[in-house]
Design a protein around this ligand. Structure first.
Ligand SMILES: NC(=O)CC[C@H](N)C(=O)O
Length: 332
């Protein structure tokens, strides 16, 4: 249909493609079972909003997502969006790491065309499975002019969130994807997007990160802050070759007496240290709970540890200068 947008559905697995033993199995099911053609066939309404084509990129549960998967996916999305006959892309994805893939693509896809990541919290075999309505909304959103230039979007449960800011907030409920405090961008209602705000941090067409010629990303790991903290995991990561460490600190990224010397040692070895927080909301202030100028550390701004890891990996593909990296954390 020439009047409809052309939307590609790239399937990667997850619960949206999952099957359970019975219709009431909503935990303990198997993710990543159903192929993309079957996902499309299950929602004949898709044909009313777009000309859809499917491609199975991977078939995995998203806890198994790796840097290699991201590189492959980003390259494929860029390749497809460069084609004049592709208007938008939907990626079906396990929900556990949707927020990470969304931010990675937000920084590495260089097109204003819509990219929408979607998943489900109930397997395809469950009563009131959320996959079909989520897929329908995602395809409609990916074909919409309103979604152009808004960066990579995450759309589930009738809500549209920005890839940079969205996070999974509940282990199992359908309304798990939220952008706490900063807020969602809009709603899906009646199968159409309704936007009320847009992201202001740089993304997609404005991003300086180019993975088109990369086969791997620098190793960046996360160490966690907690009472009775120690530096054992940190030292192991550094010994294993980490080029960057995200410190998921308590509160405003406070450094315990046990962890701080380890981070200082790592920095002396050339490892870039980013202070983030396990709290999940708020600005991680530079020179707040630690003197970043003196320690030569970087503050994560509002990025949670798993998103800070993505930005640091991409930053390290360009520079190891901590001032330049700090600037990136205030830009993206
Ligand atoms: N709801 C889900 O998609 C979770 C299933 C699985 N753990 C995954 O992330 O792929």
């Amino acid at each position: 249909d020439e009047k409809l947008p052309n939307v590609m559905i790239l399937a990667t697995g997850g619960t949206i493609a999952g099957t359970g033993a019975t219709s009431t199995t909503t935990v303990g099911y198997t993710a990543a079972k159903i192929g993309v053609e079957q996902l499309i066939e299950a929602v004949p309404e898709l044909k009313k909003v777009a000309n859809v084509k499917g491609e199975q990129v991977f078939q995995i549960a998203s806890e198994n997502m790796t840097n290699d998967h991201w590189l492959k996916l980003s390259k494929r999305v860029n390749e497809l969006l460069a084609k004049p006959d592709v208007d938008g892309i939907v990626i079906t994805h396990g929900t556990d790491t949707i927020e990470e893939t969304a931010y990675f693509l937000d920084l590495t896809v260089h097109s204003a065309k819509p990219v929408v990541i979607v998943g489900a919290m109930r397997p395809a075999t469950a009563i009131s499975a959320d996959g079909p309505i989520n897929l329908y909304n995602a395809v409609s959103l990916a074909g919409s002019k309103d979604a152009v230039g808004k960066g990579v979007l995450v759309a589930l449960n009738d809500q549209i969130n920005a890839g940079r800011d969205v996070t999974k907030t509940n282990t199992s409920t359908a309304d798990t994807f939220r952008t706490p405090e900063l807020g969602m961008l809009g709603y899906m209602q009646g199968g159409l997007p309704h936007f009320y705000r847009q992201p202001v941090r740089k993304h997609t067409t404005e991003s300086e990160f180019d993975v088109s010629k990369l086969d791997s990303l620098p190793q960046v790991d996360i160490v966690y802050g907690y009472a009775n903290n120690n530096r054992i995991a940190l030292d192991a990561f550094v010994k294993a070759g980490a080029k960057g460490i995200i410190h998921a600190g308590v509160g405003d990224g406070s450094l315990s007496n046990a962890m701080k010397p380890g981070l200082i040692d790592a920095r002396k070895d050339g490892v870039v240290i980013v202070r983030s927080s396990r709290v999940g909301n708020g600005i991680l202030a530079r020179n707040g709970e630690a003197n970043d100028d003196e320690l030569d550390f970087v503050a994560s701004d509002t990025l949670n540890p798993q998103k800070a890891r993505i930005l640091l990996m991409l930053a390290l593909t360009k520079t190891s200068d901590t001032k330049a990296i700090q600037k990136m954390f205030y830009t993206y």
